[in-house]
Design a protein around this ligand. Structure first.
Ligand SMILES: *Cc1c(COP(=O)(O)O)cnc(C)c1O
Length: 391
């Protein structure tokens, strides 16, 4: 496709219009959806730019370019899910390698890392990355890759990505950051020193709860090539139609997050003042232990938060049953507000012991705050909190 000059274009512009009006065939303004598995050779022994959709597709490439530009990377590989993105990244590791992961990472991430490690693919260590001494100790063993999630799921713990990246660089360890909870609209890990960013594009990047997808972005062009090659080998690439939908969702990323994080802040403040709530985890609150780091390394505090009901599991049941606006569902990052109970949903597979270590209690609830009217959301929460308190 022909290119428009994007030198010095700001991220909001990249998200809104990357690939727009570049169609060489009909000058379509919206980038076309190329639903094809294969491409005709232009002659004997002369393939065109594309030969087969597992290795390349023009629609998927527009999305990959947009994501790479937004994250400040050299390139991106668009995958079939967030888990496929993580598996792509760790798939090239071998038995001599060690992965250092946060002790409170996303449940699916923990399950995949453990499954690969149990099969002898690499060594795996978990560490509290918010504990500088523990982290320094683990880095002294020269792990191959440090995997970082900030803010973490579901407790919204914030770690200093620039500090971890600097420490890791000193010992020759690469850093990968799962940027799903904020998206490049609010945090750019590569600018903070990370080597890779992974995404579940299912969440904010698509933003409409109608696609499961993922992406890996790498800072180093040679790593982009290696990841592209590996994605072609294992075939974990995303479908063109999913890429087209995700690109459409990406157009409004900044506008969506603006409104969603405004709602989230109002809700966090409301929850913090309520007697039925014992604790609120939102990096935008002064009371949050990671507030200062978040204010420094993020462009906003995001639209995810979690909180603990003082009444434990019984209160959770009453609260969730009384909600109307907030939908009880896994996933996050869409325009509709969702509520999840980590112990019985997203983190059920993690096991009681690991949950206790990570601090995930029975009374913990996670909110993905959507784009509805702030007052509708607050009214709904007020009603449900009242129901939760009525023992
Ligand atoms: C959802 C999620 C994933 C997994 O992504 P899928 O698209 O569901 O495979 C990974 N990391 C985080 C932080 C997530 O929220």
């Amino acid at each position: 496709m022909s290119k428009r000059d994007e030198t010095n274009r700001r991220p909001e512009t990249i998200a809104a219009v990357h690939g727009v009006a570049t169609d060489p065939a009909f000058a379509a303004v919206a980038p076309p959806l190329y639903l094809t598995s294969t491409y005709a050779f232009s002659g004997f022994e002369t393939p065109g730019r594309y030969d087969y959709t597992r290795s390349g597709n023009p629609t998927r490439d527009v999305l990959a370019e947009a994501l790479a530009k937004l994250e400040g990377g050299a390139g991106a590989v668009v995958t079939a899910s967030g888990m496929a993105a993580l598996d792509l990244l760790i798939g090239r590791l071998g038995p001599a390698d060690t992965v250092l992961a946060p002790h409170d990472c996303y449940g699916g991430t923990m399950r995949l890392l453990k499954a690969r490690a149990e099969r002898g693919q690499f060594a795996l260590r978990f560490v509290d990355q918010g504990d500088p001494a523990a982290l320094a100790g683990a880095l002294a063993d020269h792990p191959t890759l440090v995997f970082v999630e900030s803010p973490s799921n579901p407790l919204m713990r914030v770690v200093d990505i620039a500090a971890i990246s600097a420490e890791a660089r000193r010992v020759g360890t690469r850093v990968a950051v799962d940027n799903t909870f904020l998206s490049p609209a609010l945090q750019c890990p590569i600018a903070l020193g990370a080597d890779y960013v992974i995404h579940s594009t299912t969440k904010y990047l698509n933003g409409h709860s109608d696609v499961v997808g993922g992406a890996v972005i790498a800072a180093d062009p040679a790593e982009v090539e290696a990841l592209r090659h590996w994605a072609t080998v294992v075939g974990s690439v995303g479908a063109p139609f999913d890429a087209w939908l995700t690109l459409r969702g990406l157009r409004t990323l900044f506008a969506r997050l603006d409104g969603q994080q405004r709602n989230a802040m109002a809700i966090a403040q409301r929850l913090e003042a309520h007697p039925a709530v014992s604790r609120v985890h939102y990096p935008g609150l002064d009371s949050h232990p990671g507030h200062a780091v978040a204010a420094r390394q993020q462009r906003g505090f995001g639209a995810m938060l979690s909180f603990e009901l003082a009444g434990g599991l019984a209160a959770v049941r009453r609260f969730v049953t009384a909600l109307d606006m907030f939908i009880l569902a896994e996933s996050l990052g869409g325009v509709e507000s969702l509520v999840a109970h980590p112990v019985t949903m997203t983190h059920a597979d993690m096991g009681e012991d690991a949950r206790a270590v990570a601090g995930i209690t029975d009374g913990l609830l996670r909110l993905s705050v959507g784009l509805e009217a702030e007052d509708d959301l607050i009214d709904d929460l007020d009603r449900a909190l009242h129901a939760a308190s009525a023992a």
